[in-house]
Design a binder for this molecule. Structure first.
Ligand code: PAF
Length: 307
């Protein structure tokens, strides 16, 4: 890997191995020449166990930047006490291979004390509606989940200093929260949100899909069917309620009782009564067997869709 010689859009034919860095100082030193020369740095934050969704972010970063950094860190502060931190799937060897194949230059893979040293007492929090509804509802993951996300993402922004950072539309609420943090704290970077990548049958790709037993894997498709049906019906009938009702039928047919199925303004996450003329996020979360899954669609005023 040669940080001096790669240009945005370069095709990576023989995937050079990405360089793995474990320390903050080491990463900053590796990026210093590129930063001095004003070369564009793209960051793809991940918790590893990469799938095609991650790879689509890496490819976008490779096409649009001189230097691509991927972080690989299962962030403990965004997991609640009853969540799956201990069993979260991990396979660093495979992740490094996929990152290298996608043209990543540097993989930042610190251990927990490197990012949360003893006595770490600072958090970054986006307050209010954005983090207290949907997954942020105290009955669900709670706003603490998003405090963990914004804290680690702010740290990564400070460590890497990217020009562009890439996130997936599948985590629509996370993307909205991060965009607000970037705006409110004046991080000098662009947040790019890339479309959800789906399996052939529509299931949104997620590292947590490995928790699904075969029968639950079949049922899980109902989440993507539900949000797609909602978008189709709402658009065709000019009624958000009709769309939501059709989505509920899809979920019930698969014996899925959602934690939530809600329509909200896609940027502010304020509740909406009907089609408002602004993009509307229809988001669903449900436990399917051993996996808690989320999915969403954005109904755009001009009937295009981002899924
Ligand atoms: O989306 C994720 O994988 C994580 O929430 C992120 C953004 C890498 C922060 O840990």
């Amino acid at each position: 890997m040669n940080l001096e010689s790669r240009s945005p859009g370069d095709t990576v034919s023989t995937s050079a191995a990405a360089r793995v860095l474990r320390g903050v100082d080491e990463l900053r030193a590796a990026l210093a020449p590129a930063r001095r020369e004003g070369r564009a740095i793209g960051l793809v934050p991940t918790m590893g166990f990469l799938h095609e969704g991650h790879v689509s972010l890496l490819r976008a970063a490779r096409a649009e930047n001189d230097v691509v950094v991927m972080s690989l860190f299962v962030n403990p502060t965004q997991f609640g006490p009853n969540e799956d931190l201990d069993r979260y799937p991990r396979d660093e060897g495979r992740d490094l291979r996929l990152a290298s194949e996608a043209g990543v230059d540097l993989v930042f893979a610190p251990d927990v004390p490197e990012l949360y040293p003893d006595g770490a007492a600072t958090a970054v929090e986006v307050t209010g509606n954005l983090t207290s509804v949907l997954d942020g509802d105290p009955q669900r993951r709670g706003s603490g989940h998003f405090r963990g996300v914004t804290t680690i993402v702010a740290k990564l922004f400070n460590i890497v200093g990217p020009d562009v950072a890439y996130f997936g539309q599948k985590d629509a609420q996370q993307a909205a929260v991060i965009k607000r943090m970037v705006r409110d704290l004046d991080f000098p970077l662009e947040v790019r949100v890339m479309p959800t990548v789906r399996e052939d049958d529509g299931l949104a790709m997620s590292s947590r899909n490995v928790y699904l037993e075969p029968a639950d894997r079949v049922r899980a498709v109902a989440l993507s069917r539900a949000v797609a049906t909602c978008e189709q019906q709402a658009t065709a009938r000019g009624s958000l309620d009709a769309g939501l009702a059709a989505a509920r039928i899809e979920l019930a047919a698969a014996a899925i009782d959602p934690e939530y199925l809600e329509a909200r303004d896609a940027e502010t996450l304020e509740p909406v009564e009907g089609l408002t003329g602004r993009p509307i996020l229809v988001a669903v979360a449900a436990k399917v067997g051993g996996a808690r899954l989320i999915d969403n669609v954005v109904i755009n005023p001009h009937m295009g869709r981002a899924r």
